[in-house]
Design a protein around this ligand. Structure first.
Ligand SMILES: C[S@@+](CC[C@H](N)C(=O)[O-])C[C@H]1O[C@@H](n2cnc3c(N)ncnc32)[C@H](O)[C@@H]1O
Length: 267
C-alpha cells in the first residue's frame, strides 16, 4: 500500500462517521430546501412585510388620499359613487385599509395562499368596507385574458416591482388596463440613493449573487424602479423619496429596503 492509500484509510477510519453524518445532513437539508424556503418566505411576507406596511402608514394614507375623490369612468359604478381599483401584488391586503368605502377591488398575486386571505381568512373582516370583485392568482404581466383594456380607474403596487420578473411588462399591463386619465399609485423600494455606501454595496452583492432573490420571492434590493416607470409611456409621472424608520423584527432587512419612491403616473 502506498503512503497516500494509508493516509486515506487513516482519514476514513478517523473521520468516516463524522463525514457520513455531515453528508446525511446535507442531503436531508437539500431534500427539504424547497419547503423550508417556502415557509421562510411566507413568514417574511406575513411578518416583516406587514411591519413595513405599518411603518409606511403615514405615507400610504397620503398617497391614497386622491382615491377618495376619484370619479369612475365606468357609468354603472359612477352612478353609485364607486370606483374600480386593481392591485398587483395584493398579498394579505395591507393597502385595503386606505381604500375608499365600497370601492371594487381586483386583486392579483402570484401567491395562491396569500390571495386567499381576502376571502377566507379570519382577517377577512378587515376588508368588509370594500367589494372584492375578483382575485386573480397569476402574473401581473399577463392579465390580457382576465382584465379588459381601459377597465380600471386606478392601479396600485407597493413593494412589488422589485420582485416581478419583468417590471416593463407589468407596467405595460398597468397602462393597458387603466382608463384614459386613470392613475397608477406606487410606493416601491429603491437602492440607497447615496452612491458608494456600504448599504449600496450590500444591495448589489445580495441581488447579484442571487441569494436575496432566491430567499425572498425574486426581490432585488438593487432594482431601481424609477427609469422603468418613467419610460412606461404614462402622460405624467410625479414622485418623491421617503425612507422608512422604526422597529421591525428584521432591522437588517429594513436597512436594505428602507428607501422608497412614492408617486403617481397618469395614463
Ligand atoms: C414584498 S410583497 C409586497 C406585498 C404588498 N404589496 C405590500 O406592500 O405589503 C410582493 C408581493 O408581490 C407578489 N408578486 C411577485 N411577483 C408578482 C407578479 N409577477 N404578479 C403578481 N404578483 C406578484 C408576491 O407574491 C408578493 O405577495
Amino acid at each position: 500500500m502506498s503512503y497516500n492509500d494509508l493516509w486515506i484509510r487513516d482519514l476514513g477510519a478517523r473521520y468516516g462517521v463524522a463525514l457520513l453524518a455531515i453528508l446525511a445532513i446535507v442531503f436531508w437539508m437539500a431534500s427539504r430546501w424547497p419547503k423550508m424556503r417556502e415557509s421562510w418566505y411566507r413568514d417574511y411576507l406575513i411578518g416583516f412585510e406587514v411591519e413595513c406596511s405599518d411603518l409606511a402608514a403615514f405615507h400610504k394614507r397620503r398617497l391614497f388620499e386622491p382615491l377618495h375623490c376619484l370619479i369612475s369612468a365606468d357609468e354603472t359604478l359612477r352612478d353609485v359613487g364607486r370606483i374600480r381599483i386593481l392591485e398587483i401584488g395584493v398579498k394579505t391586503g395591507e393597502n385595503i385599509a386606505f381604500y375608499p368605502d365600497d370601492c371594487h377591488l381586483v386583486g392579483v398575486d402570484l401567491n395562491k395562499r396569500l390571495a386567499d386571505h381576502l376571502f377566507h381568512d379570519e382577517n377577512a373582516w378587515r376588508f368588509r368596507h370594500i367589494f372584492v370583485e375578483q382575485t386573480i392568482v397569476g402574473d401581473g404581466s399577463r392579465l390580457g385574458q382576465t382584465i379588459p383594456s381601459g377597465s380600471v380607474d386606478a392601479v396600485v403596487t407597493t413593494r412589488t416591482l422589485c420582485s416581478v420578473e419583468s417590471p416593463a411588462a407589468v407596467l405595460r399591463e398597468i397602462r393597458r388596463v387603466l382608463v384614459q386619465g386613470g392613475t397608477y399609485f406606487f410606493m416601491e423600494h429603491t437602492p440607497d440613493p447615496r452612491q458608494g455606501t456600504l448599504i449600496r454595496w450590500l444591495q448589489m452583492f445580495w441581488s447579484r449573487s442571487g441569494i436575496w432573490p432566491s430567499l425572498y420571492g425574486g426581490c432585488r434590493p438593487d432594482f431601481d424602479p424609477i427609469p422603468s416607470i418613467e419610460m412606461a409611456g404614462f402622460e405624467q409621472v410625479t414622485w418623491r423619496r421617503a425612507a422608512l424608520h422604526g422597529d421591525t423584527s428584521r432591522p437588517h432587512h429594513l436597512a436594505l429596503t428602507r428607501h422608497h419612491i412614492i408617486g403617481t403616473a397618469i395614463r
